[in-house]
Ligand binder design. Structure first.
Ligand SMILES: Nc1ncnc2c1ncn2[C@@H]1O[C@H](COP(=O)(O)OP(=O)(O)OP(=O)(O)O)[C@@H](O)[C@H]1O
Ligand SMILES: [Mg+2]
Length: 600
């Protein structure tokens, strides 16, 4: 319940409308309880032989009270429920703001489905706690307080007797509440898994189809959905049992009232009207008691939801702009890395609560980067080659400060990246990732994504450098051709070159390409890279860092780094490297041979 205390501010900052809602609610309940009292008086007066006029005025009073009660009830709901909507809005805002600033490593190990279920389902529970939860809790409380006061004023002895069956009911309700909580937890885990299945099946729909896994995935969904339904049903079933349990309490109380109260009436200690009034109070108080069980479960579910939202809200923003940033300037920039070590799992541990790291998570435990020293002079063209999984992409992430690099390890233009404002950094460093991502709009808009006000001529030039001109001629509307979702209507090589053109257009002093041309043939890759370099040289020196699998494509680079298992195992120019026995010479020889074989 500590969590409720911590997030109490969500609710208390709306104390104004809550207060008004409470006032309306007290009025509602006071009237609800006054009606049985008036009833009791009416009965006693009837017995004493009341006039027609008196009876009519009793009836009139009851009608007026009922109308007034309805108005008050609507008012209280409007105030309290509008607060709950605001809480929903504020909570979602807090979550989204946090999520969007969390480091890529957070998303690498969290399921989008799970995050979506927190954003929707858990926020809804927090809202329910602040709206209906508060409303019904307060309602029950006021109902009890006022009901008791009325009953005591009639007969304190009868009031005491009425509550005799209470302990039995309390024990039963407690057992049920425990069970409900258990089912709620399990249902929520099942829902999160269900969301993950849907999200993965939809975004990976092509893979599902190409492996003909539609039926298998459907079955997986069905099973998970059934599990979710099952826990939901059990929860509803258990909760439904509370109504008869509380009803039983009400029934027992009524028996006691009739038995004990009847004796009091015969002894002349109580009027029949008073007895009827007390009976009605018992009836009126059964509903709030049922609601109390429900409120308990709302509180439990709300607290559990807050715990899960808290995991996101306290997840550290490990990469943020420094308090006092140092500018890196406009001119050409060098990239220098000194003794950089990096392991993925050190950073994932920051998210302890939310990520399920298990023993199978082996890859993160190794050093993805080990004592890396790297230099790309301003305006230079540097290439990185190496086996799969050797840390090339990780190195490019380090240059962009997309992973949590230690202070004093990565420098752009002589300034430590951790001291650079993130916005400025993103402007200075252009990047084409290994997996291109296109938006479902025109080729033009895709290229101009980072520079929406670019002119047609600028976009054309970028497309030309990226080697897209011939392809554009074949597209139905040239630059204005609309591509499908994620660029599905373009070929893999075309998509990659659109992504390259997008980065060229930004005209950043540093440009990083991560195997960005792997889907075009070696010859074209080399041509594009050479064109990029010529353009960079004429453009006041853009620094080019290119990761490629093909030695043939990058052999003109000023300097080449060879990586293996997270280390730089060799570096130098192409001419130097092929002289030295090792990974580079081997890769070169292999690729040369296979190219020759292809020619045969
Ligand atoms: N988000 C991540 N979490 C944990 N481990 C990771 C993550 N990304 C990469 N790794 C691991 O770090 C190592 C280096 O990966 P990296 O992506 O840098 O290799 P790469 O050289 O770019 O490979 P490729 O040529 O296949 O693109 C690999 O062992 C990989 O399994
Ligand atoms: Mg890579």
């Amino acid at each position: 319940m500590d969590i409720l205390k911590r997030y109490l501010f969500l609710y208390t900052r709306h104390r104004g409308p809550y207060f008004l809602g409470a006032v309306f609610l007290i009025a509602t309940n006071a009237i609800a309880l006054a009606i049985p009292r008036v009833f009791g008086w009416a009965i006693d007066d009837l017995e004493a032989g009341a006039t027609r006029g008196l009876i009519l005025s009793y009836a009139g009073a009851i009608v007026v009270l009922a109308v007034f009660q309805t108005v008050m009830r609507v008012g209280s709901r409007i105030f309290v429920l509008s607060v709950s909507r605001r809480i929903d809005y504020e909570m979602k805002g807090m979550l989204h703001k946090r999520l969007i600033h969390l480091a890529p490593s957070f998303f690498a190990a969290t399921n989008t489905g799970d995050l979506m279920s927190r954003m929707t389902n858990d926020v809804m529970l927090v809202r329910a706690l602040g709206g209906p939860g508060v409303l019904y809790f307060f309602n029950a409380f006021v109902m009890y307080a006022l009901g008791l006061a009325y009953m005591v004023s009639i007969s304190w002895r009868l009031t005491l007797v009425v509550f005799l069956p209470l302990p039995i009911v309390a024990v039963l309700v407690r057992i049920l509440v425990h069970r409900v909580r258990d089912y709620v937890t399990r249902a929520r885990i099942a829902l999160s898994d269900l969301n993950t299945i849907v999200q993965e099946n939809l975004s990976g729909v092509m893979v599902v189809k190409s492996f003909a896994l539609e039926e298998a995935q459907n079955l997986r969904f069905e099973n998970q959905s059934a599990t979710y339904m099952d826990f939901g049903l059990r929860e509803a079933w258990t909760r439904a049992q509370m109504i008869p349990v509380v009803g039983l309490g009400g029934g027992l109380a009524a028996v006691v009232v009739i038995g004990f109260g009847g004796r009091m009436v015969s002894a002349g200690d109580l009027s029949i009207g008073d007895l009827v009034a007390v009976m009605s109070y018992v009836g009126v108080m059964v509903m709030p008691t049922v609601a109390l069980g429900w409120i308990l479960s709302l509180v439990q579910r709300g607290a559990a939801a807050l715990e899960r939202l808290d995991e996101v809200l306290v997840a550290p923003v490990t990469i943020s702009s420094p308090d006092s940033a140092r500018p890196i300037g406009d001119g050409p920039l060098s990239v220098v890395i000194k003794g950089l070590n990096f392991r993925y799992d050190d950073h994932l541990r920051n998210y302890g609560g939310i990520l399920k790291l298990d023993e199978t998570f082996e890859s993160g435990r190794r050093h993805a980067l080990h004592k890396i020293d790297f230099v790309a002079k301003e305006g230079g063209y540097v290439a990185i080659v190496g086996r799969v999984g050797s840390g090339k992409s990780t190195l490019l992430k380090a240059i962009q400060h997309l992973i949590e690099v230690p202070e004093g390890s990565v420098f752009l233009g002589g300034v430590d990246v951790v001291e650079v404002e993130l916005d400025e950094l993103r402007q200075r460093v252009g990047f084409v990732p290994q997996d291109d991502f296109l938006f479902s709009t025109t080729v033009f808009d895709n290229i101009a994504y980072g520079q929406p006000d670019a002119s047609r001529g600028e976009v054309d030039t970028a497309a030309q450098i990226a080697g897209l001109l011939v392809d554009l001629e074949c597209l139905p509307d040239g630059l204005d051709t609309v591509v499908g979702e994620r660029g599905a209507t373009l070929s893999g090589g075309q998509r990659q070159r659109v992504a390259v053109a997008r980065a060229i257009l930004i005209d950043s002093p540093i440009l990083l390409l991560d195997n960005a041309l792997s889907n075009v043939d070696a010859e074209t890759e080399r041509k594009i890279l050479d064109g990029l370099r010529a353009n960079a040289a004429s453009n006041a020196g853009r620094t080019l860092v290119v990761v490629s699998n093909r030695i043939g494509a990058i052999q003109d680079a000023d300097h080449i780094y060879v990586m293996d298992e997270g280390r730089v195992v060799n570096h130098g120019s192409h001419a130097q490297l092929i002289q030295r026995p090792g990974l580079y010479a081997d890769m070169f020889e292999q690729q040369r041979l296979s190219a020759e074989l292809e020619k045969l």
